[in-house]
Design a protein around this ligand. Structure first.
Ligand SMILES: [Zn+2]
Length: 408
């Protein structure tokens, strides 16, 4: 009985509502249109925020006084670019504090160089990649300080275009060019497992040394045509000989090539007759390879991130031994993350795992903790600031608010 009564009441309510709508037809249409417009506006704003506004940099444009104050603090900036790592180092450290000992020491806890200088670390795991989350778009934004519509390395062939030597318009110079133009004696070195960075993201100059670690590098090392130098060179050479004797020179997961990429820098910076470079760049590719083959958070992906951590430790130790840690600003950065499952490609979209990036900095003037908002266009102005050089006026990147203690 009760149920029938309820149903009748419901029917009555619906009938009454229908009658009301009929009687106020004009008013009802107006309310519906207004609601529709409002919903469209909210959806548009949300999309704009997710795809556009959160890619806008906030932070400082250092003044001349800021640049004068930092000038001379750092003799060099050493950048370890780790392709496709996303926010993963943060997840690994959350799961197991001991899993990335060198990253943790340098960028999370801070460390002390052998001459007693304290290096502080600042890190974020929620840095923002530019969209789409493709390597060429992001690395070009990182080197040239502007978002993709400005640097023009866009579209589905962007990675190939970059590798073929396509550069942004000269009005958006890379931080390498800006620093070398400001310091006529300065030199830079870039050692890459992925050659597109050297071919497209960095302008050619007689003062820039570019090294690409392709598979023929492994052949040359095994044959003795190239002799690796610096601490750890003999062990790495022996490892390459051992592994390539079994697997050949293809190195599909790039881990040997990444080791050579870093060893070449250790040799160039610390062996007898080493040059002093103001900008040192390394591009490592094994994490991206693992992401494409297996996906984010898979065992091989975690293994690649921890192998990179070993290389970071090796690099830091060699530089500290050579007395070059205390006056260096160290940067660990990445272009994008990866999706969990293998699809046609492992990244390019706007999901959290693709868009969130790790950005970590260590140095004597770094404010320990979390630097606040970082977007990938910020790399260029951060490097220029640390070397006391004025940012290019066209750059859209900024120096994050809480990264350096001298910037307030
Ligand atoms: Zn990439």
């Amino acid at each position: 009985m009760e149920e029938i009564k309820e149903q009748e009441e419901k029917k009555c309510f619906l009938r009454r509502l229908a009658e009301k709508i009929k009687a106020n037809k004009g008013k009802t249409i107006a309310i519906a249109v207004t609601a529709f417009v409002l919903i469209c506006a909210i959806v548009t704003l949300c999309c704009l925020n997710a795809y556009v506004f959160n890619r806008f940099a906030t932070g400082y444009v250092p003044t001349d006084a800021d640049l004068a104050a930092v000038s001379g603090q750092y003799k060099r900036v050493v950048i370890i670019g780790v392709d496709g790592t996303g926010a993963y180092p943060g997840e690994m450290l959350d799961d197991d504090e001991g899993s990335l000992p060198n990253f943790k020491k340098l960028f999370v806890d801070g460390t002390t160089a052998k001459n007693g200088t304290k290096l502080s670390g600042s890190v974020t795991y929620s840095g923002v990649a530019v969209y789409p989350t493709i390597s060429a778009q992001n690395w070009t934004s990182m080197f040239h300080g502007v978002r993709p519509p400005y640097h023009g390395i866009t579209g589905s062939s962007s990675n190939k275009d970059l590798d073929a030597g396509k550069l942004p318009d000269a009005k958006y110079p890379s931080f390498v060019k800006v620093v070398l133009d400001a310091h006529p004696e300065a030199k830079a070195i870039s050692s890459c497992t992925w050659s597109a960075i050297n071919n497209g993201a960095i302008e050619d100059s007689p003062r820039v040394t570019k090294l690409n670690t392709d598979c023929s590098a492994l052949t040359d090392i095994v044959s003795g045509e190239e002799v690796l130098k610096g601490k750890g060179a003999a062990e790495l050479t022996a490892e390459i000989r051992e592994v390539t004797a079994v697997d050949g020179f293809a190195d599909p997961d790039n881990h040997l090539r990444d080791a050579v990429t870093v060893q070449r820098i250790i040799g160039a910076m610390t062996a007898d007759g080493a040059e002093d470079y103001e900008i040192v760049y390394m591009h490592l590719n094994q994490v991206d390879s693992a992401g494409h083959s297996y996906g984010y958070n898979k065992h091989a992906y975690a293994l690649a991130v921890s192998r990179v951590d070993n290389l970071l430790g090796k690099l830091y130790e060699a530089l500290d031994e050579a007395g070059k840690a205390d006056d260096t600003l160290f940067i660990y950065c990445t272009d994008h993350g990866h999706r969990y499952l293998r699809r046609t490609t492992g990244h390019g979209g706007n999901s959290d795992v693709e868009i969130n990036v790790t950005f970590a900095v260590s140095g004597k003037t770094v404010k320990a903790g979390n630097m606040g908002k970082y977007v990938n266009t910020d790399l260029a102005p951060i490097v220029a600031y640390a070397l006391g050089v004025k940012a290019a006026e066209t750059w859209q990147g900024r120096v994050p608010f809480d990264l350096f203690s001298a910037l307030k």
